[in-house]
Each structure stands twice: as structure tokens, then as C-alpha cells.
Write a protein of this length. Structure first.
Length: 375
């Protein structure tokens, strides 16, 4: 443990003085993301990332002493000062809030930056669970036999899609394709194509999971932000992959397919007249905006998750916003933040500022696009 300022000491008489916490017997600790320990809760299906020292603490909790006695023993054994004891006590509280201890979490307890895959961003209805893995295994097996050939074919198709899209958006009158005037029969086809593309996008994530031997928990439909209908794939178990490269592929599989769709729409709008060309142009612009939105660092998007994976971190957005919140509201720092160096805390602060700036940029561009669309 690192002795750092900012951790708060729990008050005397708290649960740490009365309860004898122990790690739940059914919690599984495995080596997962970035070759670090992760704790899997089979009841909730959630994963909690742990440091090496954090995993050692969790495994050492046996229910024979109170939390405060345990923290004192850890500090004495390591020769640390009183501040380190505060960090251990705060960490025990976070383990409890994560549901990893025999002491149940307090009602309404939340974590900043420790637990992940714990919240659902939309109400969901599963359409397939274990059967989806059996259906996807044959194409995944075929991809495993010739991964280089598939990569070359996709690279050629992606290059053609980029060229065609660049040609379409730079052609005269390209901005006018955002208007919806003149579309009569195309609305039903537009809705059908968007639904089809969303489904293929999500199935691409599922197929990449099966390619790396990761089970897909379920696929289904949900309401994004409780409003927008969308397909989804539960790929939570990808956290078990220690290497970040396959996790980046899983994150970007849907985006890779979306690029081919955009190229197809661009080709159609460049060579077709009438409503078909206008419909394809509208779909091209809509998908380009969705693609940009899919890199929004303030949302759990594919692009953000790929960036987070490439940087070798977890909950980057939540941690960055926690740093901003602690700074603005002058709140005490959680234990994971108090134990970080100044450079890491500054990095979180900068990323949080970038998140806010990007969100404002997306908002301005969306309002501008809606103005052109309505006009």
C-alpha cells in the first residue's frame, strides 16, 4: 500500500468494528484482463477487478477478526503508517459494496471505479441464451481455420468502402441527402435496414467472442436509455481474456461491419437515382453520425471500450468523472484514487475534460444535422 493523503477514516463504531468479514465462498478469483486478478460473482454474473494486493486481502479475510483488526494487522505486517490503514479500511468498504464479502452490502451502496459490468443501461429481454453459442460455433470454427484470409478480404472490402464513402460525401449536393423530403415508400425500408444492420452489428460482437472461445451469455432486444429499441449481446465474459488484443477485436467487430454497410450505402447513392439513391444517402449519413457517436467517451460505446482496453485500464470514464466530481464538489477521494500517484490522477482529470468536450461537440453536430434534416 502507498501512504497517500486523501483517504477518509471510517468512524468508530461502524460495521468494521462489529462485523467479522470474510470472502464469500462462491467468489471465483481468476487471472483476467491485462493478466490481473478479477473476482467473479456467480450470483450476479458481475466481475470486479482487483490489484494483486487487493486479491491477497480478499483471500486473507477469513471471518475471525473485525475489519479494523484486520486492517491493523495488515499495516503492522507491512510496516506502513496510519494513512495506509485508512486505505485498507476504505478498500474493505468497497469489497462489501461490491458484494464480495459475507457482510451484505448496505442499501444503495455504489462504487466509483472498482466494480464494472454492474449496471444495465437499458431494460432488456433475452431472445436466446445458450443456443446462440451453438449457432455461432460453426462460423467461428471456419474463421479459426483461415484468420489471415479473412483479415485480407475484410481489409480490401474496408478500403473500398472508405474510398466509396469519401467520394460520396465530397460530391456536389451530398449535404442535401440529409433531408427527408420526397421519400414516400422508403420509410419502411429504412426502418428495416436499420434494424437489420443493428442486429448484424451485435452478432458480429457475438461471433468474435466465439472465435476466441468466450461464451455469449445472451442476445436480445432492449430499450437504450429506456427509449430507443436496440439489439444487444451480453459479452461480459470477455473480461476473462488476459490479452488486450482479442478484447479490442471483440469491441470493434461491430464497427468493422458498420464500415462495410456505410460503403455499400455510399456506392448505391453514387450510382442510383430517385428515391433509392436518396434513401441510401440518408442511411449513409445516419450511419456516419452513429459511427461518430459510437466513439463517445462519455458512453459505454464500442469505441470507448476499445480505447479503454488498448490503454490497459478499466472504468476509465467512471474514474475520470470521479476525479472531476471529487475536485469540483471537494469530496474525499476513494481508496483506489488515494493510492494513485499525481501523474495518474492528472491523467484521469485530463481524460474527464476530454469526455465533456467531446460530448459537447457531438451535441452541437447533432443539433446542426437535425436542423439540416428538418430543413
Amino acid at each position: 500500500m502507498t501512504a497517500v493523503k486523501g483517504a477518509t477514516e471510517p468512524e468508530a463504531g461502524s460495521w468494521l468494528d462489529t462485523e467479522t468479514p470474510a470472502a464469500r465462498a462462491d467468489i471465483e478469483i481468476v487471472e483476467g484482463i491485462n493478466h490481473q486478478p478479477v473476482a467473479f460473482d456467480p450470483v450476479t454474473g458481475h466481475y470486479t477487478r482487483l490489484s494483486r494486493s487487493g486479491a491477497a486481502i480478499l483471500q486473507a479475510l477469513d471471518g475471525t477478526v473485525t475489519g479494523r483488526e484486520f486492517a491493523c494487522a495488515v499495516v503492522r505486517q507491512g510496516g506502513h503508517d496510519h494513512t495506509a490503514e485508512q486505505i485498507v479500511l476504505a478498500f474493505l468498504g468497497e469489497l462489501r459494496a461490491a458484494g464480495l464479502l459475507t457482510v451484505p452490502p448496505e442499501s444503495g451502496a455504489l462504487l466509483d471505479g472498482v466494480r464494472f459490468a454492474r449496471r444495465r443501461h437499458m431494460p432488456r429481454r433475452a431472445l436466446a441464451t445458450g443456443s446462440i453459442n451453438r449457432l455461432l460455433e460453426p462460423p467461428a470454427r471456419a474463421l479459426r481455420r483461415a484468420p489471415a484470409l479473412f483479415a485480407v478480404l475484410w481489409g480490401l472490402a474496408a478500403a473500398a468502402a472508405l474510398w466509396q464513402t469519401g467520394h460520396a460525401i465530397t460530391s456536389p449536393g451530398a449535404a442535401g441527402l440529409l433531408t427527408v423530403s420526397g421519400l414516400t415508400w422508403g420509410w419502411a425500408l429504412l426502418a428495416l435496414l436499420i434494424a437489420l444492420q443493428t442486429t448484424v452489428h451485435e452478432l458480429s460482437h457475438a461471433l468474435s467472442c466465439r472465435y476466441y472461445g468466450i461464451p455469449v451469455r445472451e442476445v436480445g432486444v432492449g430499450l437504450l436509455f429506456y427509449v430507443l429499441p436496440a439489439a444487444y449481446v451480453d459479452r461480459t465474459d470477455a473480461y476473462r481474456l488476459a490479452d488486450r488484443r482479442p478484447r479490442i477485436v471483440i469491441c470493434m467487430a461491430g464497427v468493422a461491419v458498420d464500415l462495410l454497410w456505410i460503403g455499400t450505402y455510399a456506392a448505391v447513392t453514387s450510382h442510383a437515382d430517385g428515391q433509392l439513391g436518396r434513401l441510401a444517402g440518408l442511411l449513409m449519413w445516419l450511419q456516419l453520425m452513429l459511427l461518430m457517436g459510437n466513439f463517445n467517451p462519455l458512453m459505454p460505446t464500442d469505441g470507448y471500450q476499445a480505447l479503454e482496453t488498448a490503454l490497459g485500464t478499466v472504468n476509465l470514464r467512471a474514474r475520470a468523472l470521479t476525479v472531476l466530481r471529487c475536485l469540483v464538489l471537494r469530496r474525499p477521494q476513494p481508496s483506489w484514487l488515494a493510492s494513485r500517484g499525481r501523474a495518474r490522477r492528472t491523467g484521469y482529470l485530463v481524460f474527464g475534460a476530454v469526455c465533456v468536450a467531446y460530448a459537447l461537440l457531438i451535441l452541437v453536430m447533432t443539433v446542426h444535422a437535425l436542423t439540416l434534416w428538418i430543413g
